[in-house]
Design a protein around this ligand. Sequence first.
Ligand SMILES: [Zn+2]
Ligand SMILES: [Zn+2]
Length: 398
Amino acid sequence: MATTTNKDYYATLGVKKTASAEEIRKAFRKAARKYHPDVNPGDKKAEERFKEISEANDILSDEKKRKVYDQLGFYSDQIDPAQAEAYAHQQSGGGGVPVDFGGFDFSGFQSGPGQHASQQAGAGSSSWGSFKDIFSGIFTGAQHPSRPHGPQPGTDLEYQATVDFWAAIRGGQARIQIHRQETCPTCHGMAQTGGPMPCPECNGTGQVTQMGGRMKFNIPCPRCNGTGRTTNDCGTCHGEGTVSRTETVEFRIKAGTRDGQRIRLQGKGNAGMNGGAPGDLFVIVRTGTHPVFTRVGDDIHLSVPVTIAEASLGSKVEVPTIDGRAQLKIPPGTQSGQKLRMRERGVESANHAGQRGDQIVTVDVVVPTLNDERSREIMRELAKLNNQDPRVALFDKL
Ligand SMILES: [Zn+2]
Ligand SMILES: [Zn+2]
């Protein structure tokens, strides 16, 4: 015989079984004043107790409910007093035959995930807290957490890819290794294999029987949600519909692609479920570096060494550009560190057709090492002729 822990509402309110409606009312008001959450803020025990006495009062203060409770030892909206009486009659008759309440229509009630029904009458009944728990579970339980059946779009992926300095400027192909969720090759994303088959929990009936005391209750099978049919999770993807895969993705780099630019590769993200569209792959381009050129947006920066003669007298020097050698005019009297702009010698814009960045040359005046007396003589002569003190301005500011 299965054990149940029916609640003793009379004990909860501290009244006798023969208590009058007035006695019950008074007992409840007294207890409620003591345990009301407003009087005991934050006190979990008091809150629990308040719920218990409220529940007890709810049943015992209602004549009809109290009658059912008195007969059965629990209360359910599904059972009217006449049935309760009939049941009690059978009990007192000593029949001991379980009353089958299977005729009650419990459909429309979802069993909560915690209320895992036992298939065989009697088995596992001891796990029930109380009848009230069973019913509250059936009536208010959360939806069975079933997998959504409609198409589910795949999620997007984002990866960074460093591309070669020249590939970013001139355009080209690049590749990247990614991990993505791919449609399961076994179940083709359906997460299940084979067609629906009879639910093993309820043997395809869609109902399971619950024992409570001597009574049996038929409730919708929690495994198949009362449908009686269930499907097998795919063994390859374990019911996910997708499998994780490492993949090399090749993509095109547009000429002039800048550092930080995002490239969208449609459909290369994670696979969808149940025929849902795959997500996209976003590649954030990191442009590679170069030993001579430094790229800033569409401009190219570089440092060019020049001699004292070239800088002071002015000259035309050959400098490297991303297109090859080019002539740069050094104006007379150019100082070291001065920046000279070479218009439209930079990178062709990826976003604005026909536009190009500039090349910005930083002049780096190289001081010669004088190894012969003739050169030193000339330098001393030069110093005599040009005897300005370059530090005058420095001291003027002090
Ligand atoms: Zn089932
Ligand atoms: Zn699969």
